[in-house]
Structures are given as C-alpha cells and as structure tokens.
Design a protein around this ligand. Structure first.
Ligand code: NOS
Ligand code: ZN
Length: 348
C-alpha cells in the first residue's frame, strides 16, 4: 500500500460507533493507576504487561478475549481513574482523526469501591466532556448491561442511564458471554430502555448463531447490531437487515481474536458491503484488540480490497446510524461530506 493512500486513511474524518472504555486503557495508564490505587500488577514492565491486556490472533475464544478485561477493570474503580481514561481515550481517537465516537462501558463493573451507577456515568462524562471541549471530538456514551448480570440489576442500570438522556448518554447495549446467556433473558430490560426512548444496539451473532440477531432486532428493539458476523448463515434475515437498514458494527481484528471468524480473509464484511448491507468498521477495544481505526482500514484494504471511497461511504453509514441528536448529526454529516469531497472520496 502506497504512502499516499495510508495518509488518506489516517487523515480522513472517521466515526467510531463501537468501542469499549475498559478495553481501551493505555498500558502506561494501567501502570500509573495501579500505583495510585496500591494494586499489585503481575509484572511492571509495560512490554511484559502486554500479554495480560491484549488478545493476539492466537486467542481461542470470546471467553479468553473477555479475560483480558480483568486487569483494567481493577484499575477503574474511582472517580479520577474513570475521568482520566475517558479523557485519554478521546485523545487517542482524536489522533486517529476520529471526529465522532460513541464510547460504551458497563457501570456495574465499576462499583467495587462504592461508586453508584449515576456517579460512574457522571465521571466518565466529565472526562469525555473535557476532551470534547479541548479537542473538538464529538463524543457520546452507550451504557452496557452485561448478559451475565441479573435482570433486576440491569433494569436499575437502564433507569439510571435514562436520567442522562440529552446529557451525553445516547443508547444502551447488551454485551458479555453470548454463548452462555442468550439475549431473550433480557427482553424486559430492553423493553424498559425502549420505553424510556433510549436507542438500542446489541452484541449478537458474534460467538453464537444468527438467531440471536433475529431475537435482538425483533424483541430487544435493536436498531444496530454489534458484530453480526453470523448473519451470513441466514439468507432471509440478511435480506431483512438490508431492507430495514439495520446497521452492523463490525470489528474485524476483534472478530479474528474471538474466533467469530477463523481469519481475516474469512471475514464477511466485504460480502455484506457488496450486497448493500450497511456495515461500519470499528475497533471494539484499542488495547485488548491492539488496534486503531486506521489499522483496521489498512488491513481491510489489503485483504478485502476496499477502496478509500468505500471507507468514506461506511463512515457516512455510521454517522447516519449514530445515536447522536439531530442538529449535531446533520452538522457532522455535512462536515464529513465536505471533507470527503475535498479529498476526492465522493462520487462527483
Ligand atoms: O466483543 C465483545 N463481545 C462481548 N462482550 C464484550 C466485547 N468486548 C468487550 N465486551 C465486554 O463488555 C464489557 C464492558 O465494556 C467488558 O468488560 C467486556 O466484558
Ligand atoms: Zn464490543
């Protein structure tokens, strides 16, 4: 790939719809937070710490992938650590020319030292708001319910999140171990979120089959699907997803690591795109997946032959499907279109 193309991939304005806060903490920050909080790390050299935080392509399953969140989560139990990592994540994305991002996290995983769900959301917002003011990156939050958590606790999370509608929280998600906990367990949780007017995206068809995508759309009110790799197994559902403009948040590196796909060349993203399904490219987790949005684009270009114009198109899909409120969404769509036009990425 030529330097000029690599430069375009880096410089083009990008939208990121699917990125987890706890999976995107800088290794150096983990070391510094562990020191501040008096936590013992298995090793102190940042390079030696990598295997504890990063899932390589040799990772065997979603379960192994999820084990990499333990260490960062231990360091994310205080107001200041939440504010700091939220700020730094926007800073890292800003360096990658991400101009709009939806950051997601599960409040129930940050309560070990007594913070409430409301406090946790406020501290993350303090970090993203500060970053938005200083760097100009528009940032919104998606609140995650974990599949393994009881319905009554997840209902409380939804209730707490609803108080932040219009104040930075734009949606709800369901994440975690898809093999052991099918989505239907949480129908009531997402019924509640829907009633509050919170838009919904659900991790589905990643480690388990296409039925979970169907269930998430039909009964959990999902407007977007996290990953959706297994959609290819159900032709009728695929047609439905295409016709109803359900957007897929695909995360290729993560999908190879969790073994949602065997390899990069087996990834269905190009096939979906060519069939007219609205796919978007995302990182999932900067640290756990060891990637950036630009790196994802580079590999997709090398292996699946995407063009720079097709990346522009997928970014416009992402913005259109974002949970951002309207005047701001239109402003960003215009900004992206103008930039792409100047860069020669849009059909004249
Ligand atoms: O790709 C994924 N699939 C399912 N769950 C995930 C993925 N990435 C992260 N998490 C889960 O979401 C939690 C909150 O951010 C993480 O702690 C992890 O358990
Ligand atoms: Zn995810």
């Amino acid at each position: 790939m030529g330097a000029a193309i690599m430069n375009i991939l880096k410089l083009m304005p990008k939208a990121e719809l699917h990125i987890h806060l706890d999976g995107s903490v800088r290794p150096d920050t983990i070391i510094s937070l562990a020191k501040e909080e008096g936590l013992m790390l298995p090793v102190i050299d940042p390079n030696e710490l990598r295997p504890y935080l990063h899932a390589s392509e040799q990772c065997s399953s979603l379960t192994e992938y999820l084990s990499k969140f333990q260490l960062p989560l231990q360091c994310l139990q205080s107001a200041e650590s939440l504010r700091r990592v939220a700020y730094e994540l926007v800073e890292d994305a800003h360096r990658d020319h991400v101009k709009y991002m939806e950051i997601r996290f599960a409040p129930l995983l940050h309560m070990e030292k007594g913070l409430t769900v409301e406090e946790i959301i406020s501290h993350v917002l303090a970090g993203t708001d500060e970053a938005e003011r200083k760097l100009g990156t528009t940032t919104r939050l998606i609140i995650i319910c974990l599949r393994s958590h009881p319905v009554n606790k997840n209902l409380k999370v939804v209730h707490a999140a609803s108080a932040f509608i219009g104040k930075g929280v734009v949606g709800m998600d369901l994440a975690g171990d898809e093999v052991s906990y099918p989505p239907e367990i949480h129908r009531k949780v997402f019924e509640q979120a829907h009633d509050y007017g919170l838009p919904i995206t659900i991790h589905a068809g990643e480690a388990a089959d296409a039925n979970n995508i169907d269930e998430s759309i039909r009964h959990l009110h999902a407007a977007r699907i996290g990953h959706g790799v297994r959609l290819q197994d159900d032709a009728a559902l695929m047609q439905w997803v295409k016709d109803h403009h359900i957007v897929l948040e695909m995360c290729p590196s993560s999908n190879v690591q969790t073994k949602a796909v065997e390899s990069w060349s087996d990834h269905p993203i190009k096939e979906y795109f060519d069939q007219g399904i609205r796919v978007t490219v995302n990182t999932d987790n900067l640290t756990v997946s060891g990637t950036t949005l630009t790196k994802e684009y580079e590999r997709l270009m090398e292996i699946h032959d995407f063009s720079t114009a097709q990346f522009a198109e997928m970014n416009l899909y992402a913005l259109q499907a974002s949970f951002l409120e309207n005047p701001e969404k239109l402003r960003l769509l215009n900004y992206f279109r103008e930039e792409y036009e100047t860069m020669g990425l849009l059909p004249k």
